[in-house]
Design a protein around this ligand. Structure first.
Ligand SMILES: *Cc1c(COP(=O)(O)O)cnc(C)c1O
Ligand code: SF4
Length: 346
Protein backbone atom coordinates (compact mmCIF):
# COMPACT_ATOMS: atom_id res chain seq x y z
CA UNK A 1 0.00 0.00 0.00
CA UNK A 2 1.13 3.51 -0.71
CA UNK A 3 1.20 6.25 1.87
CA UNK A 4 -2.03 7.40 3.48
CA UNK A 5 -3.65 10.29 1.69
CA UNK A 6 -5.10 12.86 4.08
CA UNK A 7 -8.91 12.99 3.89
CA UNK A 8 -9.39 16.65 4.63
CA UNK A 9 -8.34 18.91 1.81
CA UNK A 10 -6.27 21.97 2.49
CA UNK A 11 -8.65 24.52 4.00
CA UNK A 12 -7.39 27.12 1.52
CA UNK A 13 -8.35 25.06 -1.52
CA UNK A 14 -11.08 26.44 -3.75
CA UNK A 15 -13.93 24.15 -4.71
CA UNK A 16 -12.43 23.85 -8.19
CA UNK A 17 -9.12 22.68 -6.72
CA UNK A 18 -10.97 20.26 -4.46
CA UNK A 19 -12.71 18.86 -7.51
CA UNK A 20 -9.42 18.51 -9.36
CA UNK A 21 -7.94 16.67 -6.39
CA UNK A 22 -10.89 14.25 -6.10
CA UNK A 23 -10.24 10.55 -5.58
CA UNK A 24 -10.48 8.71 -8.90
CA UNK A 25 -9.20 5.19 -8.24
CA UNK A 26 -10.41 2.44 -5.90
CA UNK A 27 -6.85 2.08 -4.58
CA UNK A 28 -6.72 5.73 -3.53
CA UNK A 29 -10.18 5.44 -1.99
CA UNK A 30 -9.22 2.30 -0.06
CA UNK A 31 -6.08 4.00 1.18
CA UNK A 32 -7.95 7.11 2.30
CA UNK A 33 -10.38 4.89 4.22
CA UNK A 34 -7.68 2.74 5.85
CA UNK A 35 -8.93 -0.30 3.98
CA UNK A 36 -7.01 -2.68 1.79
CA UNK A 37 -8.24 -2.92 -1.82
CA UNK A 38 -9.31 -6.54 -1.13
CA UNK A 39 -11.84 -5.18 1.37
CA UNK A 40 -13.56 -3.29 -1.42
CA UNK A 41 -15.25 -5.59 -3.94
CA UNK A 42 -15.01 -3.61 -7.10
CA UNK A 43 -15.96 -3.87 -10.77
CA UNK A 44 -13.46 -2.45 -13.23
CA UNK A 45 -15.88 -2.95 -16.14
CA UNK A 46 -18.54 -0.80 -14.47
CA UNK A 47 -15.90 1.73 -13.48
CA UNK A 48 -14.69 2.12 -17.06
CA UNK A 49 -18.20 2.98 -18.16
CA UNK A 50 -18.92 5.41 -15.30
CA UNK A 51 -15.70 6.16 -13.45
CA UNK A 52 -15.17 6.54 -9.74
CA UNK A 53 -15.18 10.18 -8.66
CA UNK A 54 -15.19 11.17 -4.97
CA UNK A 55 -13.99 14.55 -3.69
CA UNK A 56 -12.14 14.32 -0.39
CA UNK A 57 -14.68 16.52 1.38
CA UNK A 58 -17.22 13.73 0.75
CA UNK A 59 -14.80 10.88 1.45
CA UNK A 60 -14.11 12.49 4.84
CA UNK A 61 -17.68 11.63 5.85
CA UNK A 62 -17.21 7.91 5.07
CA UNK A 63 -16.39 5.96 8.22
CA UNK A 64 -12.77 4.78 7.91
CA UNK A 65 -12.39 1.01 8.01
CA UNK A 66 -16.05 0.28 7.25
CA UNK A 67 -16.60 -1.42 3.87
CA UNK A 68 -20.39 -1.31 4.50
CA UNK A 69 -20.54 2.46 4.94
CA UNK A 70 -23.72 3.94 3.36
CA UNK A 71 -21.81 6.79 1.69
CA UNK A 72 -19.17 4.44 0.30
CA UNK A 73 -21.95 2.26 -1.08
CA UNK A 74 -23.16 5.20 -3.20
CA UNK A 75 -19.83 5.84 -4.92
CA UNK A 76 -18.00 2.52 -5.38
CA UNK A 77 -18.62 0.36 -8.48
CA UNK A 78 -19.25 -3.14 -7.13
CA UNK A 79 -19.50 -6.42 -9.07
CA UNK A 80 -23.29 -6.26 -8.51
CA UNK A 81 -23.32 -3.65 -11.30
CA UNK A 82 -22.26 -6.26 -13.85
CA UNK A 83 -25.45 -8.23 -13.24
CA UNK A 84 -27.72 -7.84 -16.27
CA UNK A 85 -31.42 -7.42 -15.51
CA UNK A 86 -33.56 -6.85 -18.64
CA UNK A 87 -36.01 -4.70 -16.63
CA UNK A 88 -33.23 -2.13 -16.12
CA UNK A 89 -32.39 -0.06 -19.19
CA UNK A 90 -29.96 2.64 -20.28
CA UNK A 91 -32.61 5.35 -20.53
CA UNK A 92 -35.27 4.36 -17.98
CA UNK A 93 -37.27 7.59 -18.10
CA UNK A 94 -37.09 7.97 -21.88
CA UNK A 95 -35.36 11.33 -21.68
CA UNK A 96 -32.99 10.91 -24.57
CA UNK A 97 -35.95 10.87 -26.94
CA UNK A 98 -37.41 13.96 -25.31
CA UNK A 99 -34.80 16.51 -26.23
CA UNK A 100 -37.31 18.17 -28.46
CA UNK A 101 -36.20 21.41 -30.08
CA UNK A 102 -32.94 22.53 -28.49
CA UNK A 103 -30.45 19.97 -27.18
CA UNK A 104 -30.27 19.99 -23.38
CA UNK A 105 -33.77 21.46 -22.96
CA UNK A 106 -36.48 19.24 -21.45
CA UNK A 107 -40.08 20.41 -21.25
CA UNK A 108 -41.97 17.49 -19.81
CA UNK A 109 -44.19 19.30 -17.34
CA UNK A 110 -46.46 22.29 -17.77
CA UNK A 111 -44.94 25.66 -16.89
CA UNK A 112 -41.51 24.25 -16.13
CA UNK A 113 -38.50 24.00 -18.42
CA UNK A 114 -35.47 21.99 -17.40
CA UNK A 115 -32.06 22.81 -18.80
CA UNK A 116 -29.30 20.22 -18.70
CA UNK A 117 -26.44 22.72 -18.41
CA UNK A 118 -23.63 20.19 -18.03
CA UNK A 119 -23.17 16.44 -18.11
CA UNK A 120 -20.50 16.49 -15.43
CA UNK A 121 -20.97 15.98 -11.71
CA UNK A 122 -18.77 16.45 -8.65
CA UNK A 123 -19.39 12.86 -7.61
CA UNK A 124 -20.45 9.84 -9.62
CA UNK A 125 -23.36 8.16 -7.87
CA UNK A 126 -23.71 4.52 -8.82
CA UNK A 127 -27.52 4.55 -8.83
CA UNK A 128 -27.79 7.56 -11.12
CA UNK A 129 -30.33 7.28 -13.93
CA UNK A 130 -28.17 9.52 -16.09
CA UNK A 131 -25.12 7.28 -15.97
CA UNK A 132 -25.53 6.18 -19.58
CA UNK A 133 -26.45 9.56 -21.00
CA UNK A 134 -25.17 10.83 -24.35
CA UNK A 135 -24.20 14.12 -22.74
CA UNK A 136 -21.53 15.03 -25.23
CA UNK A 137 -24.17 15.10 -27.97
CA UNK A 138 -26.19 17.55 -25.94
CA UNK A 139 -23.36 19.90 -24.96
CA UNK A 140 -24.05 23.57 -25.69
CA UNK A 141 -21.89 26.68 -25.47
CA UNK A 142 -22.55 29.42 -22.89
CA UNK A 143 -23.73 31.73 -25.65
CA UNK A 144 -26.11 29.12 -26.99
CA UNK A 145 -27.35 28.45 -23.44
CA UNK A 146 -28.25 32.10 -22.90
CA UNK A 147 -30.01 32.15 -26.27
CA UNK A 148 -31.98 29.03 -25.23
CA UNK A 149 -32.89 30.74 -21.96
CA UNK A 150 -34.11 33.85 -23.77
CA UNK A 151 -36.29 31.68 -26.00
CA UNK A 152 -37.76 29.86 -23.00
CA UNK A 153 -38.36 33.12 -21.13
CA UNK A 154 -40.28 34.44 -24.13
CA UNK A 155 -42.99 31.86 -23.44
CA UNK A 156 -45.59 33.57 -21.22
CA UNK A 157 -46.68 30.19 -19.84
CA UNK A 158 -43.24 29.55 -18.34
CA UNK A 159 -43.35 29.78 -14.55
CA UNK A 160 -40.07 28.14 -13.60
CA UNK A 161 -36.67 27.60 -15.14
CA UNK A 162 -34.86 24.59 -13.71
CA UNK A 163 -31.10 24.13 -14.00
CA UNK A 164 -30.12 20.48 -13.90
CA UNK A 165 -27.43 18.18 -15.21
CA UNK A 166 -25.13 16.63 -14.36
CA UNK A 167 -24.59 19.21 -11.68
CA UNK A 168 -25.41 22.81 -12.71
CA UNK A 169 -23.29 24.25 -9.88
CA UNK A 170 -20.26 23.15 -11.89
CA UNK A 171 -20.96 26.30 -13.91
CA UNK A 172 -18.91 29.27 -12.77
CA UNK A 173 -20.41 31.89 -10.49
CA UNK A 174 -20.21 34.28 -13.43
CA UNK A 175 -22.19 31.97 -15.71
CA UNK A 176 -24.80 31.44 -13.01
CA UNK A 177 -25.00 35.15 -12.35
CA UNK A 178 -25.58 35.77 -16.07
CA UNK A 179 -28.51 33.34 -15.98
CA UNK A 180 -30.13 34.80 -12.87
CA UNK A 181 -29.71 38.33 -14.23
CA UNK A 182 -31.30 37.29 -17.49
CA UNK A 183 -34.34 35.99 -15.62
CA UNK A 184 -34.51 39.06 -13.41
CA UNK A 185 -34.22 41.36 -16.42
CA UNK A 186 -36.62 39.60 -18.81
CA UNK A 187 -39.06 37.74 -16.56
CA UNK A 188 -38.83 38.64 -12.86
CA UNK A 189 -41.99 36.57 -12.29
CA UNK A 190 -40.18 33.35 -13.27
CA UNK A 191 -38.72 31.19 -10.49
CA UNK A 192 -35.16 29.94 -10.79
CA UNK A 193 -34.69 26.41 -9.49
CA UNK A 194 -31.35 24.61 -9.23
CA UNK A 195 -31.07 20.85 -8.70
CA UNK A 196 -27.63 20.11 -7.30
CA UNK A 197 -25.64 17.73 -5.13
CA UNK A 198 -22.59 20.02 -4.95
CA UNK A 199 -23.39 21.83 -1.66
CA UNK A 200 -23.53 18.35 -0.07
CA UNK A 201 -20.46 16.94 -1.82
CA UNK A 202 -18.18 20.02 -1.64
CA UNK A 203 -19.78 22.53 0.77
CA UNK A 204 -17.18 25.16 -0.23
CA UNK A 205 -19.03 25.39 -3.56
CA UNK A 206 -21.36 27.84 -1.84
CA UNK A 207 -19.17 30.87 -2.47
CA UNK A 208 -19.95 34.57 -2.13
CA UNK A 209 -20.34 34.66 -5.92
CA UNK A 210 -22.96 31.92 -5.83
CA UNK A 211 -24.80 33.65 -3.00
CA UNK A 212 -24.85 36.83 -5.12
CA UNK A 213 -26.22 34.92 -8.12
CA UNK A 214 -29.01 33.45 -5.98
CA UNK A 215 -29.81 36.80 -4.40
CA UNK A 216 -30.59 38.30 -7.82
CA UNK A 217 -33.71 36.11 -8.07
CA UNK A 218 -34.62 35.97 -4.36
CA UNK A 219 -37.11 35.21 -3.01
CA UNK A 220 -38.16 33.29 -6.15
CA UNK A 221 -35.18 30.98 -6.07
CA UNK A 222 -35.21 27.35 -5.01
CA UNK A 223 -32.20 25.12 -4.48
CA UNK A 224 -33.00 21.42 -4.35
CA UNK A 225 -29.99 19.67 -2.85
CA UNK A 226 -29.55 15.94 -3.09
CA UNK A 227 -28.66 14.03 0.04
CA UNK A 228 -29.50 10.43 0.84
CA UNK A 229 -28.12 9.78 4.30
CA UNK A 230 -27.82 11.77 7.57
CA UNK A 231 -24.07 11.12 7.63
CA UNK A 232 -23.81 13.42 4.59
CA UNK A 233 -25.01 16.39 6.65
CA UNK A 234 -22.21 17.66 8.87
CA UNK A 235 -21.28 21.14 10.10
CA UNK A 236 -19.83 22.25 6.75
CA UNK A 237 -22.88 21.10 4.75
CA UNK A 238 -25.21 22.72 7.27
CA UNK A 239 -23.25 26.00 6.91
CA UNK A 240 -23.49 25.79 3.12
CA UNK A 241 -27.27 25.32 3.33
CA UNK A 242 -27.47 28.21 5.78
CA UNK A 243 -25.58 30.53 3.43
CA UNK A 244 -27.96 29.74 0.56
CA UNK A 245 -30.89 30.48 2.87
CA UNK A 246 -29.30 33.76 3.90
CA UNK A 247 -29.05 34.62 0.21
CA UNK A 248 -32.83 34.27 0.01
CA UNK A 249 -33.17 30.76 -1.42
CA UNK A 250 -35.71 28.19 -0.34
CA UNK A 251 -33.70 25.02 0.20
CA UNK A 252 -35.30 21.61 -0.33
CA UNK A 253 -33.81 18.12 -0.43
CA UNK A 254 -34.46 15.16 -2.66
CA UNK A 255 -33.24 11.63 -2.02
CA UNK A 256 -33.36 8.32 -3.78
CA UNK A 257 -34.53 5.32 -1.75
CA UNK A 258 -31.61 2.90 -1.90
CA UNK A 259 -31.12 -0.61 -0.55
CA UNK A 260 -28.25 -0.67 1.92
CA UNK A 261 -28.11 3.12 2.16
CA UNK A 262 -31.34 4.59 3.53
CA UNK A 263 -34.04 1.92 3.25
CA UNK A 264 -35.33 2.23 6.78
CA UNK A 265 -37.58 4.83 8.46
CA UNK A 266 -35.14 5.62 11.27
CA UNK A 267 -32.37 6.66 8.85
CA UNK A 268 -34.81 8.77 6.83
CA UNK A 269 -36.16 10.41 10.00
CA UNK A 270 -32.64 11.33 11.06
CA UNK A 271 -31.93 12.71 7.58
CA UNK A 272 -35.02 14.92 7.82
CA UNK A 273 -33.97 16.09 11.30
CA UNK A 274 -30.47 17.08 10.17
CA UNK A 275 -31.75 18.79 7.05
CA UNK A 276 -34.31 20.74 9.04
CA UNK A 277 -31.71 21.77 11.61
CA UNK A 278 -29.61 23.06 8.70
CA UNK A 279 -32.53 24.95 7.15
CA UNK A 280 -33.75 22.56 4.42
CA UNK A 281 -36.99 20.62 4.11
CA UNK A 282 -37.41 17.17 2.54
CA UNK A 283 -39.16 17.37 -0.84
CA UNK A 284 -39.04 14.13 -2.83
CA UNK A 285 -37.94 10.60 -2.07
CA UNK A 286 -37.53 8.91 -5.43
CA UNK A 287 -38.28 5.31 -6.11
CA UNK A 288 -35.18 4.23 -8.05
CA UNK A 289 -35.35 4.66 -11.82
CA UNK A 290 -34.63 1.29 -13.38
CA UNK A 291 -31.25 2.08 -14.87
CA UNK A 292 -28.94 -0.70 -16.06
CA UNK A 293 -26.34 -1.55 -13.40
CA UNK A 294 -28.39 -0.30 -10.44
CA UNK A 295 -30.78 -3.22 -9.87
CA UNK A 296 -29.16 -4.08 -6.53
CA UNK A 297 -30.16 -0.66 -5.18
CA UNK A 298 -33.87 -1.10 -5.86
CA UNK A 299 -36.29 -1.22 -2.94
CA UNK A 300 -39.44 -3.14 -3.95
CA UNK A 301 -42.30 -0.66 -4.12
CA UNK A 302 -44.44 -2.39 -1.47
CA UNK A 303 -41.51 -2.10 0.93
CA UNK A 304 -40.98 1.56 -0.02
CA UNK A 305 -44.63 2.22 0.83
CA UNK A 306 -44.27 0.58 4.26
CA UNK A 307 -41.06 2.52 4.99
CA UNK A 308 -42.89 5.77 4.18
CA UNK A 309 -45.89 4.80 6.28
CA UNK A 310 -43.65 4.24 9.28
CA UNK A 311 -41.73 7.46 8.65
CA UNK A 312 -45.02 9.37 8.53
CA UNK A 313 -45.85 7.99 11.99
CA UNK A 314 -42.50 9.18 13.35
CA UNK A 315 -42.27 12.79 12.18
CA UNK A 316 -44.46 15.83 11.47
CA UNK A 317 -45.79 16.03 7.94
CA UNK A 318 -43.31 18.71 6.88
CA UNK A 319 -40.42 16.32 7.61
CA UNK A 320 -41.87 13.52 5.47
CA UNK A 321 -40.83 13.64 1.79
CA UNK A 322 -43.24 12.59 -0.94
CA UNK A 323 -42.44 9.18 -2.37
CA UNK A 324 -42.49 9.58 -6.16
CA UNK A 325 -41.54 7.82 -9.34
CA UNK A 326 -41.13 8.95 -12.91
CA UNK A 327 -43.14 7.51 -15.70
CA UNK A 328 -42.49 8.23 -19.34
CA UNK A 329 -45.26 10.39 -20.77
CA UNK A 330 -46.91 11.25 -17.42
CA UNK A 331 -47.92 14.88 -16.80
CA UNK A 332 -46.02 15.00 -13.50
CA UNK A 333 -44.00 12.81 -11.22
CA UNK A 334 -46.33 10.20 -9.77
CA UNK A 335 -46.82 9.99 -6.05
CA UNK A 336 -46.75 6.54 -4.49
CA UNK A 337 -49.12 6.32 -1.53
CA UNK A 338 -47.49 5.36 1.78
CA UNK A 339 -48.72 2.14 3.39
CA UNK A 340 -49.95 3.17 6.83
CA UNK A 341 -51.13 -0.30 7.78
CA UNK A 342 -48.04 -1.29 9.76
CA UNK A 343 -48.78 -1.50 13.46
CA UNK A 344 -47.07 1.11 15.68
CA UNK A 345 -43.64 0.03 16.77
CA UNK A 346 -43.40 -2.79 14.24
C1 LIG B 1 -38.66 16.36 -12.08
C2 LIG B 1 -38.73 17.22 -13.24
C3 LIG B 1 -39.24 18.52 -13.14
C4 LIG B 1 -39.73 19.12 -11.84
O1 LIG B 1 -40.80 18.42 -11.29
P1 LIG B 1 -41.45 18.97 -9.95
O2 LIG B 1 -42.52 17.98 -9.64
O3 LIG B 1 -41.97 20.34 -10.23
O4 LIG B 1 -40.37 19.00 -8.91
C5 LIG B 1 -39.33 19.28 -14.28
N1 LIG B 1 -38.90 18.80 -15.47
C6 LIG B 1 -38.41 17.56 -15.61
C7 LIG B 1 -37.98 17.07 -16.95
C8 LIG B 1 -38.29 16.71 -14.49
O5 LIG B 1 -37.78 15.49 -14.62
S1 SF4 C 1 -24.84 14.10 -8.50
FE1 SF4 C 1 -26.91 13.62 -9.24
S2 SF4 C 1 -26.77 13.65 -11.50
FE2 SF4 C 1 -24.68 13.50 -10.66
S3 SF4 C 1 -24.20 11.31 -10.58
FE3 SF4 C 1 -25.03 11.86 -8.57
S4 SF4 C 1 -27.23 11.46 -8.74
FE4 SF4 C 1 -26.43 11.54 -10.82
Amino acid sequence: MGELIPLHGDAQESWQEQLKGAIRTPEALASALHLSPEDLPYSSAADREFPLLVPRAFAARITPGDPQDPLLHQVLATPAEDHVDPAFSKDPVGEVAQYAGAPGVLQKYRGRALLVVTGQCAVNCRYCFRRHYPYAENAVSSTQRLADIDALLADPKLGELILSGGDPLLLSDKQLRAISERIQHLRPDVTLRIHTRLPIVIPDRVTRGLEDALRVCAPQVVVVVHSNHPQEIDGATADAIGRMRDAGATVLNQSVLLTGVNDDPTTLALLSDRLFAAGALPYYLHQLDRVAGAAHFEVPVERSRRILGRLAAMRPGYLVPRLVREETGAASKLEIAPDYSVSPGS
